[in-house]
Design a protein around this ligand. Structure first.
Ligand code: PLP
Length: 376
């Protein structure tokens, strides 16, 4: 067991009570009252008209892509630096993810490089809000409008994050969220799709439940459901929804604490020459799902992870450079020279411990150990 873990979800008796209530109620599957409550409160929190629960963010992305009409051989713009789920979802549709390099400061897609990747086959862009900071949405939405492209926000790490006052997940055609254990709000696994488009969200809801048309009109008079399309079982259980709802209500508290920890880390790491602390755009509200620093290129990041681990401190790489992943080779653009920033960040990024119950003295310990390892 690590002394200071990378992450640790925070639960208390509220979640336990809610789980007990759901078990007692007898409705533990999807589409239940907890799903409904969670969707309503999530929509209010994000500032959109509609939300649909899903089993995770990967399925949220898949449902969004299908509902937005992405088909075989279409091309979808994806940042090269993200968790592979973003591009996997594109491949599930038979479409091709087209990778674009990132901005080294924000870890988000470099919007200046998107247009050169657009072809007649391009149908959508998936901006990822890396580690809880929104991508450059004004520039992305402008390009999308110019080329008539759909925009699916991958807000897996960005519940509560803001771009120029707008919440992540409220700016694209859909927003996709994750409630995985390493996310700010968690139900173990889980996800959500947000949108302002009623027709689109109705389609997503049906697709998440086997393609049943009347799947969500149980309280109306009896009708035998019809399966009008090939849907999936991507529902969220009511047990998970109840947990996510308690967590959602604490979201601002979590964000405040994470920002305090990030500020303290920034201050303590400021004078370590071989470390670059994360950069936040002035107009963004960062939620620090992960606190990710960059190490100087002369430092072997993997050695640092191993040495910190020996000292009882768990750290991790930031996330992945997709062009390096064998699964995408021969399918899409994987030329190393096209992604210098993603390559650098993939090799040199280090996610430091960050969790709700972390104390400032824990940060002191992490920084001290890092200094020792870096000999600074
Ligand atoms: C950017 C991004 N997109 C998608 C996902 C997939 O989320 P889930 O595990 O809920 O499917 C993740 C998970 O870490 C992620 O970081």
């Amino acid at each position: 067991m690590n002394k200071i873990p990378l992450t640790r979800p925070f639960f208390d008796e509220k979640e336990i009570n809610e789980i007990r209530n759901v078990l007692d109620s007898g409705w533990v599957a999807g589409q239940g009252p907890e799903n409904k409550k969670l969707e309503k409160e999530f929509s209010e929190y994000i500032g959109v008209n509609y939300s649909v629960c899903s089993s995770n963010c990967t399925t949220a992305l898949h449902l969004s892509l299908i509902a937005l009409g992405i088909k075989k051989h279409d091309e979808v713009i994806v940042p090269d630096y993200t968790f592979p789920a973003t591009a996997h979802a594109v491949l599930y549709c038979g479409a091709i993810p087209i990778f674009v390099d990132i901005n080294k400061k924000t870890y988000n897609v470099d919007a200046n490089l998107i247009e050169e990747k657009i072809t007649k086959k391009t149908k959508a862009i998936i901006p990822v809000h890396a580690f809880g900071q929104c991508a450059d949405m004004d520039a992305i939405l402008k390009i999308a409008k110019k080329y008539n492209l759909k925009v699916i926000e991958d807000a897996a790490c960005a519940v509560g994050s803001k771009y120029k006052g707008k919440k992540a997940g409220s700016m694209g055609d859909t927003g996709c969220f994750s409630f995985h254990a390493r996310k700010n709000i968690t139900s173990g696994e889980g996800g959500m799709i947000t949108s302002n488009d009623k027709e689109l969200i109705d389609n997503i809801r049906s697709l998440s439940c086997f393609g049943m048309e009347s799947a969500f009109s149980r309280d109306k008079k009896f009708s035998i459901p019809e399966f009008t399309k090939l849907g999936y079982n991507y529902k969220l259980s009511d047990i998970a929804a109840a947990v996510a709802l308690v967590q959602l209500r604490r979201s601002e508290e979590y964000i405040k604490k994470r920002n305090e920890l990030a500020e303290y880390y920034n201050k303590k790491l400021k004078n370590i020459k071989s470390v670059t602390v994360p950069f936040t755009e002035k107009f963004n509200k960062h939620v620090f799902q992960s606190y990710v620093i960059l190490l100087d290129k002369k430092i072997n990041r993997n050695d640092v992870i191993a040495k910190l681990n020996e000292k009882g401190i768990q750290t991790q790489i930031g996330t992945y450079a997709l062009h390096k992943q064998p699964v995408y080779k021969n399918i899409t653009n994987c030329e190393e020279k096209d992604f210098p920033n993603a390559e650098f960040v993939y090799n040199q990024s280090l996610a430091l411990p960050m969790y709700h119950k972390m104390k400032l003295s824990d940060v002191d310990e992490v920084v001290l150990a890092l200094k020792e390892v870096l000999r600074e």
